[in-house]
Write a protein that binds this ligand. Structure first.
Ligand SMILES: Nc1nc2c(ncn2[C@@H]2O[C@H](COP(=O)(O)OP(=O)(O)OP(=O)(O)O)[C@@H](O)[C@H]2O)c(=O)[nH]1
Ligand SMILES: [Mg+2]
Length: 245
């Protein structure tokens, strides 16, 4: 398997933002431009299965294929977005109650001509959970994001109503220093007017300029209204090195 991006950008000089972003999401492993719109559907078709829940790094599945992780504050809509992406209600457990996902959950497509994992992560920044629990989740999230060699890209979910918060900045800095490329995805876009959403996209783009590991494009999604899903599928497909054919 080709070396993941994190190794490509590790230790590069400050100008590396160009390296990370210039060739767009298709850059991983040196692959070409992203596939044409709509084609990435093929990668998500068919049944998806839950592989395992990982409470500590020692239980991670073998690092034998690329994976993309969905990270973000508690309740931002990570699990819902995974379900919408694969069009399979209830694959990842979503809930009204913050702190629903407490372990790293690995999902894989049943059609395995291009094997990869989608990883649903526990949310961070949930102040009401017991301190010890929060510390354990945070350590798991950080250790995983920093140390997983086959993590091709992290999709960092941000609630479109609230924008990037200090705790998100901390995670972005961690991803910068570990040289793990990440893409910001706004969630719950259905809660905003089109104008407010445009403004939030622009404001978010401004904020991520400072982050060398950030993909420049900010995606806007709604799991509820099934918006922005094709763009996200294309970004995932490019991140895991898939090309149509
Ligand atoms: N309006 C709206 N609500 C959404 C959307 N996506 C998720 N939600 C709601 O947001 C709540 C949290 O969704 P989850 O998918 O469980 O969020 P999560 O980030 O996985 O949460 P944790 O696992 O607790 O960190 C649920 O009540 C969802 O129904 C969306 O696109 N639009
Ligand atoms: Mg969840």
């Amino acid at each position: 398997m080709e070396e993941p991006r994190r190794r490509e950008v590790a230790g590069e000089p400050p100008g590396r933002r160009q390296e990370v972003t210039a060739s767009g999401p298709g850059k991983r492993g040196g692959s070409a431009a992203p596939p044409p719109a709509g084609d990435a559907d093929q990668l998500f078709r068919g049944h998806w299965t839950f592989l395992k829940s990982v409470p500590a790094l020692e239980f991670l599945p073998e690092a034998d294929r690329p994976e993309v992780a969905f990270a973000g504050r508690s309740n931002v809509g990570k699990s819902s977005l995974i379900n919408a992406l694969v069009d399979q209600h209830g694959l990842a457990r979503a809930s009204n109650t913050p702190g629903r996902t407490q372990e790293l959950n690995f999902f894989r497509p049943a059609l395995t001509q291009h094997p990869f994992f989608l990883v649903d992560m526990p949310g961070y920044g949930y102040a009401k959970a017991p301190k010890a629990m929060v510390e354990a989740w945070t350590a798991l999230i950080k250790d995983y994001l920093r140390g997983r060699p086959t993590l091709s890209r992290t999709f960092l979910l941000i609630d479109a109503r609230h924008g990037i918060k200090a705790v998100d900045e901390t995670i972005m800095e961690l991803l910068d220093s570990a040289a793990v490329s990440f893409q910001v995805v706004l969630t719950k876009a259905d809660k905003l007017t089109p104008l407010a959403l445009e403004r939030m996209i622009a404001a978010t783009q401004e904020k991520i300029i400072a982050h060398p590991a950030a993909m420049p494009a900010v995606l806007a999604t709604s799991s509820e209204k099934k918006r922005g899903l094709d763009e996200l599928r294309e970004a995932v497909a490019a991140a895991v090195g898939w090309t149509p054919g």
